[in-house]
Design a protein around this ligand. Structure first.
Ligand code: C2E
Ligand code: MG
Ligand code: MG
Length: 760
């Protein structure tokens, strides 16, 4: 084997096999030694330029060839073997058909083809036993096979060498590009596919990386027309088929759906499809790409879970509830059926949370949510659609939501009769009545429910929720553990409350607030021994607003802190002044629970007394039972701080709330005030007589001074005197009056008593 190179290394490699050395030399002189032919070439180029003009310039640039010359077929085969091994394949093999004594060219060609599928084989022979058709059949493919007649003609040989090497180079470049493209595609997470629109769903191409991502061989997609459609999740199939239709009308269609992997699980893909068209606008190809978006979808689901669901109970939160309600309202409007919103608040939940701890509170909320779900029949369920549908884990869940804290909302759809909502509310109360196990404790709970109904109480979500909330608030006011339907009166009340709150915030500055005083009379001596400071609000346009009306507003809005502080200072100032004027009265001041729990209460009290010169012994604070019993441990410590200041404490409205007698014994209290309602009933209700008698006895047993409120007539006073009640307060003596009137009343009364004593 002789290897002869062209003028530069690395030219296009050509293999020549011929048993005649002369012929091999001829090949070499024609193809491999450009120097020898420079003159000839120049002449040829001149001639061509003469004949064909400028075009000759291009034709004269022959490629450089590197020749490998062999005398025998076996040598040629070995040369190809080595070339393939070294990664330097031949572009062309010129093979003599007869090369005695060894195997012939056709035999060599067969073996060469087996080694190198891309090599172009040219049979060169003076005569052949085989027809070109026979050779083709033995050494396919036909497009890489040429037949050339001996004797070889220089120009013809060069022409063949040039054409085949150009073809071979182009083919190689194409292959390299394709390989690179495949590598790029495999490295990216995008799977490209295409199909002929005419062939409908069967794919004509799919990138190999489909195997890497989905476990299916690319070929499977091409062979079976329904292969990929079969892999689409059943729930997504209709959308995919729709997209395949739409893609013909739109510039591009994007769709997300699930595709099954060979392992059986599904992955979310984003598919962007487009129709390619030829110049005439005819659809030639549908191309699409799948992009695995499973991670993104999962992250989105997690985010949505956090955004739409309550972490403690797993129920939909306010945001989702509002969406569900809006959706429910749309359905109710379309199908003309009713819908109810139940606003539920667990009674005294805060106390349970504070006493048993937050973990127990969470257990309780979860149990409440479980029971609420049990209460909701299937027919009450709102049908959720779209995105939200995917979020809802179990059917029926969409009817119960937790707004936060101890508030739940139940949506009842397809309501025929609004009374049904009342029945569901009653069922809920019944279900909640069974005690709940919270760790070692068993807790009994109740709930208060407000109900609003579509369309009577509102046609939009915000109004219905607001009205259900309002109804719940009213139910709470009426003693909790019950349900109330929204009514227009509630709206009037709520509007009034809002109005009062607005006005009340300015009342203190504009001097509309004042303190009235009502005397407290010692029953035995009938002396005025004290006065209860009672807040009054006189509005310029409507006169006095009832304390029962505006004090709850002040308490809920927090305004009571500033107002209560002002009352306290006014009362202290008045007590100090009366004391200075020889009227040593104990002035009692009502304190709401918010003020009592305020961490700075003791400091404020001390400051008010210091600033006004009031003596601690002339101030008494009135606290209701509920304020004291809310958190008994805290109450006990607050009371002892007040006692340390030397200030007295009265338990007000006794009998209207609930009291634990064991706590009453432990609290630092001085006075017990029996509520007006019991005194009012004395003349008519023997039950009240028994209760009042017992209360007086109890107060005395606990070492407290007992004050009866609402004493309106002599009969009341006689009854109380007979039971040794210490003090009385009421219209029998005087209604509450401003400080000046109170003073006048006291002086007049002193005169009257003095007169009665002297005349009597
Ligand atoms: P309370 O502390 O139980 O005050 C006694 C209430 O009974 C007063 O109502 C008083 O006017 C009324 N009353 C007095 N004598 C009689 C009588 O013979 N018959 C009847 N039926 N009622 C009588 P008022 O002034 O309307 O105050 C109502 C409630 O408002 C008070 O009940 C108290 O809880 C609250 N309140 C009044 N002033 C303040 C205040 O400055 N701060 C706070 N937090 N609450 C206050
Ligand atoms: Mg009072
Ligand atoms: Mg009272």
């Amino acid at each position: 084997m002789i290897v002869r190179k062209g003028s530069s290394a690395g030219g296009i490699r050509i293999l020549v096999a011929d048993d005649e050395q002369d012929i091999l030399d001829e090949y070499a002189s024609i193809l491999a030694d450009p120097a020898e032919h420079t003159d000839q070439r120049a002449k040829l180029a001149d001639l061509e330029a003469e004949l064909f003009g400028d075009a000759a310039e291009n034709k004269s640039s022959l490629p450089e060839f590197s020749l490998c010359l062999c005398r025998q077929a076996n040598e040629a085969v070995e040369a190809v073997e080595a070339a393939m091994r070294d990664g330097q394949p031949f572009a062309i093999a010129f093979l003599d058909v007869r090369m005695p004594p060894g195997p012939d060219g056709v035999d060599a060609a067969k073996r060469i083809r087996g080694l190198d599928p891309d090599i172009n084989i040219v049979f060169v022979t003076g005569y052949s036993d085989l027809s070109p058709e026979q050779i083709e059949a033995r050494v396919p493919p036909a497009d890489k096979l040429l037949y050339c007649q001996k004797p070889i003609h220089a120009n013809e040989l060069r022409q063949i060498a040039c054409t085949l090497s150009a073809k071979w180079t182009a083919h190689r470049n194409l292959q390299t590009t394709r390989q690179r493209l495949e590598q790029v595609v495999t490295a990216t997470p995008v799977i490209i596919y295409s199909s002929e629109p005419a062939r409908d769903r069967s794919l004509s191409l799919v990138s190999e990386n489909v195997a890497q991502h989905f476990g299916w061989e690319a070929a499977s997609f091409l062979n079976d027309p329904n292969f990929w459609i079969d892999k689409v999740h059943r729930e997504d199939l209709n959308r995919v088929l729709e997209a395949l239709k739409q893609v013909h009308e739109l510039p591009e269609v994007s769709i997300e759906y699930r595709l099954r992997r060979s392992s059986g699980d599904y992955r979310w893909v984003s598919d962007r499809m487009k129709i390619l068209r030829d110049a005439s606008g005819r659809a030639t190809e549908l191309v699409g790409c799948w992009f695995d978006i499973t991670e993104r979808r999962e992250a989105e689901t997690r985010i949505r879970q956090l955004a739409y669901f309550d972490a403690v109970t797993g129920l939909p939160n306010r945001l989702l509830m509002e969406e569900l309600l809006q959706h429910g309202l749309a359905l109710a409007e379309r199908y003309r059926h009713g819908l109810a919103v139940l606003f539920l608040d667990v009674d005294n939940f805060k106390r349970i949370n504070d006493t048993l701890g937050h973990d127990a509170g969470d257990i309780l909320l979860r149990e409440v949510s479980r029971r609420l779900l049990c209460c909701i029949r299937k027919s009450d369920v709102l049908v959720a659609q779209g995105e939200v549908e995917n979020l809802l884990a179990e059917p029926g869940q969409e009817s119960v939501s937790r707004l936060g804290g101890d508030e739940f909302v139940i949506l009842l759809s397809k309501l025929n009769d609004s009374a049904d909502a009342g029945r569901v509310a009653a069922r809920i109360s019944e279900m909640l009545a069974t005690p709940i196990a919270c760790g070692d404790e068993e807790v009994s709970i109740t709930a208060t429910i407000g109900i609003s109904v579509y369309p009577e109480d509102g046609t939009d979500a915000a109004t219905l929720l607001k009205h259900a909330d309002m109804a719940m608030y009213h139910a709470k006011q009426q003693g909790r553990n019950c349900h109330r339907f929204f009514s227009d009166t509630m709206r009037v009340v709520a509007t009034r409350r809002f109005f009062l709150e607005q006005k009340l915030s300015k009342a203190l500055e504009s001097g509309e607030l004042m303190v009235f005083y009502q005397p407290r009379i010692d029953i035995r001596s009938l002396d005025v021994v004290g006065a209860e400071a009672l807040l009054r609000w006189r509005r310029p346009d409507e006169g006095f607003v009832l304390p029962q009306e505006f004090i709850p507003v002040a308490e809920e809005s927090g305004l009571i802190l500033a107002i209560g502080d002002w009352v306290l200072r006014e009362a202290c100032r008045q007590a100090a002044r009366w004391h200075a004027e020889g009227l040593p009265l104990v002035v009692s001041v009502n304190l709401s629970a918010v003020q009592f729990r305020h961490p700075l209460l003791a400091e404020r009290l001390a400051q008010a007394m210091a600033d006004t010169g009031a003596r601690p012994s002339s101030i008494e604070l009135e606290l209701t039972e509920s304020a004291l019993m809310e958190d008994t441990r805290l109450s006990a410590s607050l009371l002892s701080r007040i006692a340390q200041l030397g200030v007295r404490v009265a338990i007000d409205d006794f009998g209207t709330g609930y009291s634990s007698f064991s706590y009453l014994k432990r609290f630092a209290l001085h006075t017990l005030k029996i509520d007006t309602s019991f005194i009012n009933g004395l003349a008519t209700d023997s039950g009240d007589e028994a209760i009042v008698s017992a209360m007086i006895a109890l107060g005395h047993q606990l070492g407290l001074r007992v004050v009866a409120e609402g004493v309106e007539d002599a009969h009341h006073l006689d009854f109380l005197r007979a039971r040794r009640c210490n003090e009385a307060q009421g219209f029998l003596f005087s209604p509450p009056a401003d400080a000046a009137s109170f003073e006048r009343w006291v002086h007049k009364r002193k005169g009257a008593i003095r007169q009665r004593v002297t005349t009597g």
